[in-house]
Ligand binder design. Sequence first.
Ligand code: SAH
Length: 506
Amino acid sequence: MKGKVYIIGVGPGDYKLMTLKAVECIGKADVLVYDRLVGSRVLSFAKEDAELVYVGKMPDNHAVPQGEINRILVEKALEGKTVARVKGGDPFVFGRGGEEAEALCNEGIEFEIVPGITSAIAVPAYAGIPVTHRDFCSSFHVITGHERPDKEESMLDYETLAKLEGTLVFLMGIRNLKAIAENLVRCGKDSLTPAAVIEKGTTSQQRLVSGTLADIAGKVEAAGIKSPAVTVVGKVAGLGEKLAWLEKRKLSGKRILVTRAREQAGRLAGKIEEFGGEAIEVPTIRITGPDSFEAFDSALDRLDTFGWLVFTSTNGVQAFFRRMKTRHIDIRRLAGIKICAVGEATEGELSALGLNAEYVPESYNSESLLKGLLEKIVPGEKILLARADIAGSELPMLLKDSGMELEDLIVYKTVLNHNNRDEIIKIIEDGSVDLITFTSSSTVKNLVSIIGEENTAILANTRVACIGPVTAAAAQELGIRADIVADRSTIEGLIDKIIERIASLN
Ligand code: SAH
């Protein structure tokens, strides 16, 4: 059976501008054929084993010829695969989606078009420029500013364009900006008409340059603006400075490295994005089960012999209940066992399962936990401590030394993600992150083990934020200075502190 091709637009940059349909189609595709302006977050919606085929511009600036792209689409569909042809913006706005649809049509291959939010409207909008406004214009026109180098005469009819009273939006025209502005003025457009250029719109690196037809090209050159950029000509272009909203978000323009395990990174990354920052997720660890489940299963079989169950992390909670589920152990077997949760997040994880912890230590260190437990525990009650392999033996030793009867159980393991080494070193070294976040001592240690101690010097030029004093101390020990330390050791506490301090750090 022949496969099907979805020709999908994913918007201009901010991946949250994808449509629900785009997310759905990308999620079910066997093959993704994607362009240069498609970000990695978009690709993260693909199936884990999906084949990724890049057909955008190569480093040497050579584009894959359109005929070749058409051929790939046809070939993959003929293999019976579901293909997502993923494009920036809208596929039918200067996206050559029409040509691809024709090629599929000629081969009798089924396809669907999934429209996207075009940069022609969304990029100005992110810069506070409405492409129409009742006071100023009654139309807007989207024009290619890309002129074929082999053409001596311009393809654009400037006489007609200059007469239009509507907003003019030029895509792909940044290199020809000077000629575009001059031609419009030569053909009669007022040289004082407002003009604006927006580079890398809707991303954390968006920049706006405003001026008039007379001076915009010079200003853009001085600012070093490069493709991709959108040019807006017309009175609405003057509104950008007044209506700018993107920059007002508290973490706007900040690129923040998130180093937690993939499973947990989501919440911190989500918060960063909520405040307009860009979260760069490079998980340093992966979470797996213990090497053997023998001790784990044995403890689960003897649940009723324990008086207390101590969880020190959300991962511990998840690992514990995952195993109970796998072994079909009913949650009611926990009846009568008291629960101690270290940290608000751990408490929250339990509460989501309908379990209220009897005891949550006020602060997160072992001493405080021990002190509280000693007060609560009834002599003879046995403790089951569910922890990570790397959590260290300090807590179990402390508990044992104080005479408690303790079973120390490793319920999950954290494994270093060495595959990310080069990527991490590169983004830190080339200054593409403004801040590195550490949410536990282990995230610091892991990052250092991955990049290698000999490379920690590269961290000196980047700001570092830690979730609390313990993490900051762990960083210090490895020669990393924490510029920001949260007062409350939670994701929210960390974000609040970053927002409070980040402006004064630059
Ligand atoms: N199909 C796309 C346009 C493809 S042509 C769409 O509907 O948006 C590529 C041009 O789009 C670029 O040269 C630039 O002019 C514009 N563009 C795309 N993404 C952009 C972005 N994030 N910021 C500014 N311009 C962008």
